[in-house]
Design a protein around this ligand. Structure first.
Ligand SMILES: O=C[C@H](O)COP(=O)(O)O
Length: 248
């Protein structure tokens, strides 16, 4: 088995019911593509998006979940509830949640275990800050985040890892191809050491991916797709990225 290729869109706190119009074109593209195509909209849009897709091939995911299945946790959503709404994946440990909500590796590990319990694929995000990159700490930071965030029971079937340098998110800046390749080689080696299926875990790059840089990023070893923010909001921007991954 080889890693499954995945083009994942993270809509963050963007989009509304009117934005569903983008879905029809994405759905057509997903049906033509050999890679998996996933959109993670705000949680309120998951169910209407799943209803709009019907039996189509486009996948829908959440952006976070609580570690518990249910209970007195006002404002939170469980993995089971996301599954019930039709989600297949959950993004966890995004740097915006690590920064805005002080999420720790231990919390992300517990949430990933919750995603697995609910039958969802956990997309665990890792990434260094610019200060850490400048300080030569990138590989140590990534290794520590991976070791701390990956739960027992992780496999290639239930886990995706996304490398997203914090300084590349929404900035239009990307690491060099050598820098991306170096981190992805580290991830592949550590996952292969730790998991029987580590060689088959899908590894995504994220951070200012767009049509103009997608092909060179997807050509790198151990890059099996992308986690795309801004360029996933409009079908016209996301479709060329899907096509580039399909060709890679
Ligand atoms: O989850 C997606 C990433 O934060 C990348 O966002 P971006 O493509 O807008 O840089």
């Amino acid at each position: 088995m080889a890693p499954r290729k995945l083009a994942a869109g993270n809509w963050k706190m963007n989009g509304d019911l009117a934005a569903m119009d983008q879905i029809d074109a994405m759905l057509n593209s997903a049906e033509d593509a050999s890679c998996d195509v996933l959109i993670c909209p705000p949680a309120l849009l998951i169910h209407p998006m799943v209803a709009r897709i019907g039996a189509g091939d486009l996948l829908v995911g959440g952006q976070d979940c609580h570690a518990e299945a249910k209970g007195a946790h006002t404002g939170d959503i469980s993995a089971e509830q996301l599954r019930d709404a039709g989600a297949s994946h959950i993004i966890l440990g995004h740097s915006e949640r690590r920064a805005d909500h002080a999420e720790t590796d231990a919390q992300i590990r517990a949430k990933a275990a919750a995603a697995h319990r609910a039958g969802l694929v956990a997309i665990i995000c890792l990434g260094e800050t610019e200060a850490q990159r400048d300080g030569g700490q990138t590989l140590d930071v990534i290794a520590a985040q991976l070791d701390g965030s990956l739960p027992e029971g992780a496999t290639a079937a239930n886990t995706v890892i996304a490398y997203e340098p914090v300084w590349a998110i929404g900035t239009g800046r990307t690491p060099s191809t050598d820098q991306i390749a170096e981190v992805h080689a580290l991830l592949r080696a550590r996952l292969s050491d730790r998991l029987a299926t580590g060689a088959d875990v899908t590894l995504l790059y994220g951070g200012s991916v767009k049509a103009s840089n997608a092909a060179e990023i997807f050509a790198l070893p151990h890059v099996d797709g992308a986690l795309v923010g801004g360029a996933s909001l409009k079908a016209a921007d996301f479709l060329p990225i899907i096509e580039a991954l399909d060709r890679a």
